[in-house]
Design a protein around this ligand. Structure first.
Ligand SMILES: Nc1ncnc2c1ncn2[C@@H]1O[C@H](COP(=O)(O)OP(=O)(O)OP(=O)(O)O)[C@@H](O)[C@H]1O
Length: 702
């Protein structure tokens, strides 16, 4: 008897119970637990234990190797003894719609059956033949042994030698039987184990155990190598009933749908010819599921449609490889790089196969689209920087964001407008209209005249289309009406600029019908798109043909696939049958861009960049000529005309050499010949400016 230590006032009427019989804690039933509850808990504890789970899985796995191996061996034997293999291949060829192959397999099957029938008929007569042969063989052997005995008896004159060879042969057979009985005994003992080991080895080699029994590291198939069986299984499990049925019927022969799997850049490429009744679009529409079935993320699988009928081309990235950056641009690494507008190609980046992706810019209007902050400006600028390394190319640039992304073109471009306001849009519009004036002037030039390239760049062009401002004649700058000034100027250049090398490059964000009218987007020869929000935007950016052919910028990941764009152009090498190419562009930072621009500037003699277009009626030709000559000691008259037109399209867009000579007549700065070509001298103009009579400036448009 004792007192309770805590209360001190409870008195038990029995001795202290042993610890295992102590009162249960509150909430635990005092009744003894039922056996099954306890066993359940034990099983749960044991099974929940990862090590036990691992051991359990190993047991099941190795057991399944034996069972699976047995199945494989039985099937092999069955295949070799029956026409099952031919039947299967026949069904596979039929399911794949390959009738030639089906006929070939049918013929092979028929030949196999005929040969088997012959063998079976031979088998009927075989026992009699065998018995005859055995009897003849035994008779001949006994005869030979007896003859040998006679020879030995005669030789030794001892008749007991007569039966010696026969007896020796009988003893030999006896000995062999004895050895065979021992070997048989051992064989009976270890044979079954050897057979089990053999089946296990076959099962293991063919991975015949279910996936859940594999160790954790093998079970995780994310990023696993792509094998024919992985691709066929992934296609089978896409959820397309016809495809599933056809592949099931093909069995192992499903791999016949596939071309060889080849390494392609940081991934692999394989063509899959779909069975009849399955269309390529059904597979394309299930890209995410296909990617997951292949153990990849959606962005790591690209489905395109090659020329072969009913075929999809799958490019499957090595897991995570697309998230690795590609190397720096050759523009940055090669300080001696030069460009050629006509024959060269801008090194833009790499395609998914890892091959260099280079774009020809010759006589191609350009449209680069994408959501905000995906690398559109960087991609467009990279092309301009490359082309700037061809000194014959003139740039006029309007950056309607104006945070300095194009600042390095100051001193390189003849016009550089930077800013987001309506005034900037108005100037950009007038810049493009200046391009139209130049284009029209060129179109009237004598046939055969060579026109140096003039590239008009409008970055953030959606700002121009959305601008609500009206001009003095109430014509809108923005919009897409027949009176809309930016729209009409862009259309005119799209329609006629190519032949005279007046090209329009536009960068635009988040396209809609309003901020990127249909006629303008379709006027571009080269269309490229970074990540976009929807498929309908992808269609706007690249056109229906490219999207129907598998171009999917809407499936690029916003924020993660910066600088990756889908290009539809005849200026880039696209694999036969494909309508577009996915390119991961080299990133040229603003600092690096500055260095490339410095190199480009060094190739030209001082370009004076105009930042504010002079569009007033009052202008001063002499001062303007001085301004456009800039720091060069002299400038070709044709370049002076070009730069004047860029500076003030209204006043000078239509000027000819005659106008230039007229204005400079009597000033002492008239055009003169240098190295056989007409030029205007910087110093002479400066002299004429300082010496001209008061009140001569501000001439009306000539
Ligand atoms: N090729 C590239 N590779 C990797 N990152 C890039 C690449 N191009 C751009 N980026 C990253 O994306 C950022 C945005 O680039 P950029 O300014 O060209 O985008 P944008 O689409 O023109 O943006 P927005 O039009 O909204 O101003 C850059 O600062 C850079 O960090």
């Amino acid at each position: 008897m004792t007192t309770n230590g805590t209360g001190g006032n409870i008195v038990h009427l029995f001795k202290d119970p042993p610890p295992e019989q102590a009162a249960p804690a509150a909430g635990v039933p005092s009744r003894p637990e039922r056996l099954w509850v306890r066993s359940g808990r034990v099983v749960r504890t044991v099974v929940g234990h990862e090590r036990a789970m691992g051991a359990g899985r190993a047991v099941v796995r190795h057991g399944m190797y034996v069972i699976g191996g047995g199945r494989i061996v039985v099937r092999r034997v069955w295949d070799s003894r029956t026409a099952a293999r031919y039947e299967r291949m026949l069904r596979a060829a039929e399911a794949a719609g390959n009738h030639d192959a089906a006929v070939a397999w049918e013929e092979r099957g028929a030949r196999f059956r005929a040969a088997r029938h012959r063998r079976r008929m031979d088998l009927l007569t075989a026992p009699v033949q065998a018995a005859k042969s055995a009897a003849a063989g035994a008779g001949a052997t006994v005869g030979a042994l007896l003859l040998l005995g006679v020879v030995m008896a005669l030789a030794s004159e001892d008749f007991t030698e007569l039966g010696t060879p026969l007896m020796a042969a009988i003893e030999l057979v006896n000995g062999l039987l004895f050895v065979a009985s021992i070997v048989w005994g051992i064989g009976v003992l270890i044979g079954p184990w050897a057979a089990v080991a053999g089946l296990w080895a076959v099962g293991r080699r063919r991975q015949a155990a279910p996936n859940w029994t594999l160790p954790a590291r093998e079970r995780d198939d994310a990023g696993a190598p792509i094998t024919p069986s992985v691709v066929v299984t992934a296609l089978r499990d896409l959820g397309i009933p016809t495809l599933r049925k056809a592949i099931k019927e093909m069995g192992d022969a499903g791999a016949a749908m596939l071309s060889p799997i080849v390494l392609a850049g940081c991934g692999v490429e394989v063509d899959a010819t779909l069975p009849s009744g399955v269309s390529t679009i059904e597979v394309q529409n299930r890209r995410r599921k296909l990617a997951e079935n292949l153990g990849r993320h959606e962005h790591e699988v690209f489905i395109t449609i090659p020329t072969a009928a009913r075929t999809v081309r799958l490019w499957i990235a090595d897991s995570g490889a697309l998230d690795e950056p590609i190397g720096p641009s050759p523009l940055v690494t090669d300080p001696d790089l030069k460009a050629n507008y006509k024959t060269g190609r801008a090194p833009w980046g790499q395609d998914l196969r890892g091959d260099a992706a280079a774009l020809s810019l010759y006589q191609r209007h350009l449209l680069v689209t994408g959501l905000s902050n995906q690398g559109k400006t960087a991609a467009l600028r990279a092309l301009a920087l490359w082309l700037a390394l061809d000194p014959s190319v003139e740039f006029r640039i309007a950056d309607l964001k104006g945070v300095g992304d194009w600042g390095m073109f100051d001193g390189l471009a003849s016009v550089l407008i930077q800013g987001p306001t309506d005034d900037h849009v108005i100037e950009a519009t007038e810049m493009v209209e200046g391009g139209v004036a130049e284009m029209e002037r060129r179109l009237q030039a004598p046939p055969g005249t060579v026109h140096p390239p003039l590239i008009l760049v409008v970055d953030e062009a959606q700002m121009a289309f959305m601008c609500p401002a009206l001009d003095g004649e109430k014509r809108p700058y923005g919009g897409s009406k027949a009176t809309s000034r930016y729209f009409m100027a862009a259309r005119k250049i799209h329609n006629q600029g190519r032949a005279v090398n007046v090209m329009l490059w536009q960068g635009t964000q988040d396209p809609t019908d309003q901020n990127l009218p249909k006629l303008v987007r379709e006027g571009a020869h080269t269309r490229a798109s970074l990540a976009l929000g929807t498929e309908s935007q992808a269609r706007m950016a690249l056109g229906d043909k490219a999207v129907d052919g598998g171009a999917a910028p809407h499936l690029l990941r916003q924020g993660l696939d910066k600088g990756t764009l889908v290009v539809a152009s005849d200026g880039i090498e696209v694999p036969a049958g494909q309508a577009s190419l996915t390119v991961r562009t080299h990133y040229i930072s603003t600092d690096d861009a500055g260095e490339v621009a410095t190199r480009a500037k060094a190739m030209r003699d001082g370009v004076t960049t105009v930042h504010v277009l002079d569009t007033g009626q009052q202008h001063d030709p002499l001062a303007d000529i001085a301004a456009v000559i800039g720091t060069a000691p002299r400038l070709l008259t044709q370049d002076v005309l070009k730069r004047l037109a860029a500076r003030n399209a209204k006043a000078y867009g239509h000027w000819s050499f005659g106008d230039l000579t007229r204005v400079l007549e009597g000033t002492g700065a008239e055009p003169y010949k240098s190295d056989g070509r007409m030029v205007i001298g910087r110093d002479r103009i400066a002299h004429a400016l300082t010496n001209r009579p008061e009140g001569d400036a501000g001439t009306a448009a000539g």
